[in-house]
Design a protein around this ligand. Sequence first.
Ligand code: CA
Length: 244
Amino acid sequence: MRRGFFQLAVCISLMLLSYSAMAANFVDELDGENPALRESAGVCWTNGHQGLAACFNTTTGYLKYASSFFPAEGTIGFYLKPQGGYTIIDTAGRKAASAGDMAITLLDSKQIRFRVYNATTKEWHKLTSNSYLNEEKWYYIAVSYGSQGMKLYINGQQDGTFDYEGDYKKGRNINRNLYMGDYALDSYSDSILGAVDVLKVSAYQSDLSVISAPLSAPVPEPSTFAAMGTGIVSAFAFMRRRRK
Ligand SMILES: [Ca+2]
């Protein structure tokens, strides 16, 4: 009896420990200007997935986060309502890549591409979504990177095919700032167009608390119920896949 209680206590402690280890270590709700958190230029604010969202209606708008927000390995997630443009997140800028720099972009085909640069082979490791996104619809995008390799998730489901996988190299430039929208330091203006909401960053790879964000939206729109249904179906599909 006492031994059983002890085992239960150990079990609960381990669960709590693993839960705290899974917690995302940085969340930006993107509910408006916040100079203490990040710099902003040319960004508008609109009704978001949760509260407000950052909107990008020119190719020069950006939000800039200090390099401390960009872990050497981990998971990054955010809601995206895509309309066009190119750069969603960039740490290097065009033609200035070095080890570990990464970018998340929206292709003309409305596929998501996640790239990490290998300075040894001078190649970008490119992982491109098999899903094609629709405009005016919210998606939850997450990427994981580090020693376990690169992974891409759309609405909680792993997605993507490598155009070039090669020898993935862990690590990054410690001093790289993280830009959302246009990378302001290069000579290109190529921000995504559309809206981004709730940026989550975790120093843990494949962090479930970042990958499996709920799709339910508090914004009362008829399409919300369809999105919730899709989210629930996705969650079940995800759980079924996890069990295998
Ligand atoms: Ca928000």
